[in-house]
Design a protein around this ligand. Structure first.
Ligand SMILES: [Zn+2]
Length: 262
């Protein structure tokens, strides 16, 4: 359970997510692990990086980073961190600390280039920027937490939505800096709303409990989008497991419409 961002965690959400997964027939190994209960592990990893001289405090606001990342002709190059706080002197650091804004912690990526092969997306290579490993409210960053979790849980292959592919080079770099085993990756295409954006509440009744169809119908629709079932077929979980072949997964997103599962 990725519940580190306390401002976004609402009571009852976890139970709904777990019961929806169960209703669809998806299960999991062992008890549910919550990131909010693993703070010491993340802090240990942060301390390990810090002991290696790999972290520095960053006092920038989002607006400052955006402004600094803009090219002289006014076009923002990306959301990459431009390195503003990388080489602050002790005096400059003290001045910024005295101004009262608590710093985030960034990792010194050293313009590392990280290459990796994704089972579905193929090979890519990207330069990694100095990204945040602890936010300025003290919360471990998502990038750090998932790397620690995957290693602790001995995850051999990370399968997740293609919207997270951009995070992968950062996570591989972190695993290397922490001396952890790098998992393999498979980024699967997303389900999009009719407007082409990632399917979300704004698209209407997309939660299982909002749908008039039963969980088996919803599961069958999902199976069809993966090429694992015929239209109108109600395949059991065992059937789907027998048919599953990662090489046959679609490479393009599925567009959902309100009548999709009917
Ligand atoms: Zn900064």
């Amino acid at each position: 359970m990725e519940d580190l961002d306390r401002s976004r965690v609402r009571p009852g959400i976890e139970q709904t997510q777990l019961s929806d997964l169960r209703a669809i027939g998806l299960d999991w190994d062992g008890p549910v692990v919550r990131q909010s209960e693993r703070m010491e592990l993340y802090e240990e990893a942060i301390e390990q990086l810090d002991a290696g001289g790999l972290l520095y405090p960053c006092f920038c606001t989002r607006a400052e980073i955006r402004a600094a990342a803009s090219a002289p002709h006014g076009i923002s190059t990306s959301d990459r961190y431009p390195g503003t706080c990388r080489d602050l002197t002790a005096l400059q650091r003290a001045e910024r600390e005295a101004a009262g804004r608590p710093p985030a912690l960034r990792v010194r990526a050293g313009d590392a280039r990280v290459a990796f092969e994704d089972r579905l997306l193929g090979c890519s290579e990207e330069m990694v920027d100095d990204f945040v490993v602890r936010r300025n409210d003290g919360t471990p960053a998502y990038q750090l937490a998932v790397v620690v979790d995957d290693a602790r849980q001995q995850i051999g292959e990370v399968v997740r939505g293609a919207d997270l592919a951009d995070s992968t080079p950062r996570q591989i770099l972190l695993a290397r800096l922490l001396g952890l085993r790098e998992p393999a990756y498979a980024h699967v295409p997303l389900v999009l709303g009719p407007d082409g954006r990632r399917l979300a509440k704004r698209h209407g009744a997309v939660a299982l409990s909002d749908r008039s169809e039963g969980p088996e119908e919803v599961r069958s629709w999902m199976a069809r989008t993966l090429g694992l079932a015929e239209t109108g077929e109600m395949a059991s979980i065992d059937d789907l497991l027998d048919r599953f072949d990662p090489e046959r997964l679609p490479r393009e997103p599925t567009v959902w419409s309100p009548s999709s599962t009917v």
